[in-house]
Design a protein around this ligand. Sequence first.
Ligand code: UDP
Length: 331
Amino acid sequence: MGSILVLGGAGYIGSHMVYELIDAGEQVVVIDNLQTGFREAVHPKAVFYEGDIRDRAFVDSVFEKEDIEGAIHFAAVSQVGESMKDPLKYYSNNLCGTEVLLESMVAHGVDKIVFSSTAATYGEPESIPILETDRTLPTNCYGETKLSMEKMFHWTSQAHGLRFVSLRYFNACGAHPNGKIGEAHNPETHLIPLILQVPNGQREYISIFGNDYDTEDGTCVRDYIHVNDLVQAHILALDYLRRGGENNIFNLGNGVGFSVREVVETARRVTGHAIPEREEARRAGDPSTLIASSEKAKKVLGWKPQFGDLNTIIETAWNWHRTHPHGYQTK
Ligand code: UDP
């Protein structure tokens, strides 16, 4: 068996992936342009190449130097708000980057890819919980590019025999229980790390975006899934492709929804801090409720999430943010 190439292995989910693969005894090669990732997040046992996947000569050189068996692809920009202001950045990084990567994979006979997709491919849900067979009608450019990437894998598969698994994540959160890696975005836009900035003394209050949604307490409901559970599903997807499994798409979530208020309340309990809140207007483009059905991943891949409890999820996140208030930067 050759190495597994992790594209975007210095990012939040990618870095957790690399730790999990190395723990599972795999050889790992990482490509990251460090535009949003951090060199310090890359496991010391991984072979690291700094560069951009839109650079064909660079990507080819990695395939030529290393014996790559398959790829796990996280190398993308992923902020919904930014994707609406600068859509072409999303087309360039996400679509052009993936196109170059696939050209190089086909040229070097690498035929397996596990792909980091998103619940944003669905847009406003038709019904809850969301099934993989539901309508995909993204409401933002980020989700649109991820859906187009899935289609690029499909057509490349038809023509060149590549096989893929696409994993549509709901709300990724938490940090590795080993305390060495965690979530670090600049700027931070996600709910849990923003909440934890309050007990960390970096923010005075948490904003609650919208209190008039059609939900029990009026705030948005999301399906929060721990990053280690997400990466575990990629290990299973890789095994599935190694066993000859056909192209497939799976949702990854806990199948349970928590409102923004419930998340804030849980963070208060975990941190022992009052965490003041302020109610604000709705954020553009937020659907009221997103909850996954992950029955297919459980049945076909044998996936069993271990961190289903929101308390545990927030404990792991707090353990990371408390000890790394500036992420990988020292100040
Ligand atoms: N949210 C909020 N205040 C914040 C950040 C987020 O109320 O400061 C809400 C947001 O409107 C959404 C939920 O928290 O309903 C989760 O947002 P996040 O950005 O973490 O993930 P998304 O659901 O956009 O992928």
